[in-house]
Write a protein that binds this ligand. Structure first.
Ligand SMILES: Nc1ncnc2c1ncn2[C@@H]1O[C@H](COP(=O)(O)OP(=O)(O)O[C@H]2O[C@H](CO)[C@@H](O)[C@H](O)[C@H]2O)[C@@H](O)[C@H]1O
Length: 631
């Protein structure tokens, strides 16, 4: 645990109270606007911490998160009037110097004779369309179910605001909630919509659920067998309005969170929050001290609807420019199509105080035409406040030594249970029980993003080898049908589990030898992290967070020491994927000690939220140093 230390008697010295990188960015006359501070003298009990670099030299260097000295970066992107923004939000580039965030431990910078520990805590409001275990369709649910707990454990006051979905299947997950008895009216979609708040205090976090009849229907949070719900814009507009009210009106534990808070805005579903702060609240003097950070988990989904829906969103008419989106000519369907739309994520990008993605690789990719899904220029124009922090995972939920979903437990020190999990899985799936046969797995949403078409094209060739393959997923109906077809065609070797099942995903992760992820793009990816923790070796397309987290196997590195935790392949072609899988299979079959090394290095990786949480805190402090981006 780090400690923010200040020199004895210097409590009033603002610059020495600041976390290192933040300190150098703050104009000297600005108050340090963190939300809560408590001070303990020499107790060493700090719940959370930042190490303060008050070391100053003529050159004013400071320690980055990776401990390297970084040159002074006295920059700030200035408030922009987005009511006057151009259609696609292109604005003047204020600054293009990214603030460096890299993994690893921060090198502590202590001050001789320092004795006082300051704990800087924030009031944090996660706004999200899903949060595990209450709701989950993918990685967003995992992150919003575990990062809040990690931040709360570090002393922050954390609230998660999400819809109370009732679908007849997972309703029991909401049974422990209490009705806060608070009803508010949200003005949008041509009327006053009443929403209620439910609450559960669990693992140090205030889990707040917005209740409205539109959240009560069969299917996933976003759709059912007939496709996406047609009123998703309405449902998530309600969420955003309610989330902005929650810190003001809900006396959780006796006290509201109040106006000095940090909104963590997850993906487009929460994207109206920063727009509302700027357009609805700040003009009336509310939320002047709040800041918003947009976290992009998947840029492919932006919440785009026809321009005519703008009037429904409960925003002042003059703010249309913030959400205005004009599709390029080539995407328009007919001569009279003017390509006009509203784009909620774009609105968030141009109004939020800072932008985050879930890996550094993806933070760069989204500024390129290939990865930017039309927002690349806009994101590039804000790259001074764009960072990437690699996701952590819930290491309690995903722990092979105690996982409640798997039949046998194992660990780095005792791997015996791993092969037992494998044979149990083979038995469960009706495959031949063969401990020595490489078992390859894919787990994920069946979506263009995940590259399942590549798996389809490679399966005939791959299954000529002596391997078994199991695929768990739901989503695209054609891919689901193909999984059924493949199971019928390759009865001895292929199993396709169509559906969403958390328990089986754990059992497959524990039982497989190789986890395949041929994602076209992957903002971070969690399954490869789970796989490594469970001693399964990932074979992944070298993109985004996959490239950042999986180290390619190198049997010939320095001094004969093998390195790496899996295989990364590129380009994204069948041949290159089969090549990487071929290497993995050969290593599994012929080089047992190398394989065990791969497993062990993966299992040893620290993928808890601790590292990431420290980096999040750094971003929080930066967000609060500057005035609101849009005043
Ligand atoms: N059929 C099924 N049954 C059971 N469990 C299933 C399942 N299909 C998927 N899952 C689970 O859903 C999660 C998927 O997480 P990922 O991060 O790999 O992808 P996703 O694209 O959803 O997340 C997006 O957000 C996350 C979080 O930021 C980023 O890591 C990622 O790159 C980005 O695309 C895992 O926990 C996985 O086990």
């Amino acid at each position: 645990m780090e400690a923010l230390r200040i020199a004895r008697g210097s409590a009033a010295c603002v610059s020495s109270e600041l976390p290192s990188s933040a300190a150098i960015r703050m104009p000297r006359n600005r108050r340090f606007a963190f939300v809560g501070v408590s001070s303990k003298r020499d107790t060493g009990e700090g719940v959370r911490a930042l190490r303060c670099a008050s070391r100053r030299t003529d050159r004013e260097t400071t320690s980055g998160v990776d401990g390297k000295d970084l040159e002074k970066v006295l920059v700030r992107d200035s408030p922009v009037d987005y009511q006057k923004a151009s259609p696609n939000g292109k604005t003047e580039v204020v600054d293009d110097t990214p603030h460096p965030i890299t993994g690893g431990e921060e090198e502590p910078t202590t001050i001789e004779g320092s004795e006082t520990t300051i704990q800087v805590t924030y009031n944090i409001i996660f706004v999200t369309s899903e949060a595990a275990p209450y709701s989950k369709t993918g990685g967003l649910g995992d992150v919003c179910g575990s990062l809040p707990i990690s931040l709360a454990a570090r002393g922050h006051r954390v609230m998660v605001v999400s819809p109370k979905y009732l679908n007849g299947v997972t309703d029991h997950l909401f049974e422990g909630l209490s009705d806060l008895g608070c009803r508010i009216k949200v003005s949008c979609f041509g009327g006053e919509q009443e929403v209620a708040f439910f609450h559960e205090y669990r693992a140090g976090v205030d889990w707040v659920f917005v209740d409205h009849p539109s959240y009560h229907r069969h299917g996933s949070p976003y759709g059912d067998n007939y496709g996406a719900f047609g009123d998703n814009q309405f449902r998530f507009t309600l969420l955003c309005h309610a989330a902005c009210e929650a810190p003001l009106v809900l006396p959780l534990g006796g006290f509201t969170y109040g106006q000095k808070c940090l909104f963590l805005v997850n993906d487009w579903h929460a994207g109206l929050v920063p727009v509302l702060l700027a357009a609805k609240y700040r003009p009336h003097g509310v939320y002047q001290d709040a800041r918003s950070i947009v976290i992009i988990h998947n840029l492919a989904h932006q919440g785009v609807e026809p321009a005519t829906t703008y009037g429904n969103l409960g925003l002042p008419a003059e703010w249309y420019g913030a959400l205005e989106w004009v599709f390029p000519m080539w995407t328009r369907r007919h001569a009279l199509d003017r390509g006009e739309a509203v784009n909620i994520l774009k609105g968030a990008v141009v109004t939020a105080d800072r932008l985050l993605t879930v890996s550094q690789g993806y933070a760069w990719e989204i500024t390129t035409p290939e990865g930017g899904y039309g927002l690349n220029e806009l994101l590039s124009s804000r790259k001074s406040v764009l960072n990437g922090i690699t996701n952590g995972i819930d290491v309690n939920d995903w722990d092979p030594s105690s996982d409640k979903h798997i039949p046998f437990h194992y660990s780095y020190d005792d791997l015996a249970g791993k092969v037992k999990c494998k044979t149990a899985l083979q038995e469960e799936l009706g495959l031949a029980v063969r401990p020595d046969c490489p078992l390859i797995a894919f787990i994920g949403r069946l979506d263009y993003q995940k590259g399942t078409d590549l798996i389809q094209s490679a399966i005939p060739e791959l299954l000529q080898d002596d391997v078994q393959f199991v695929m768990l997923g739901s989503g695209d109906p054609d891919t689901e049908n193909w999984m059924r077809y493949a199971e019928g065609t390759y009865k001895d070797k292929f199993r396709g589990w169509v559906g969403f099942n958390v328990a089986i995903s754990h059992r497959i992760t524990a039982g497989c030898d190789i986890l395949l992820m041929p994602s076209r793009f992957e903002p971070c990816g969690l399954n490869q992290l789970y796989a490594m923790r469970y001693g399964a070796v990932p074979v992944v397309h070298a993109t985004g967070g996959l490239r950042d987290t999986v180290e390619n196997f190198d049997p010939f590195s320095e001094e004969g020491i093998e390195r790496g935790t899996g295989w990364t392949f590129s380009p994204l072609t069948k041949e290159s994927m089969l090549g990487a899988l071929g290497n993995a299979i050969k290593t599994y079959k012929e080089h047992k000690s190398s394989w065990e090394g791969l497993m062990r290095r993966g299992m040893q990786r620290n993928c808890s939220w601790d590292n990431a949480a420290v980096q999040y805190e750094q971003i929080f402090s930066w967000a609060l140093l500057d005035p609101p981006y849009v005043k």
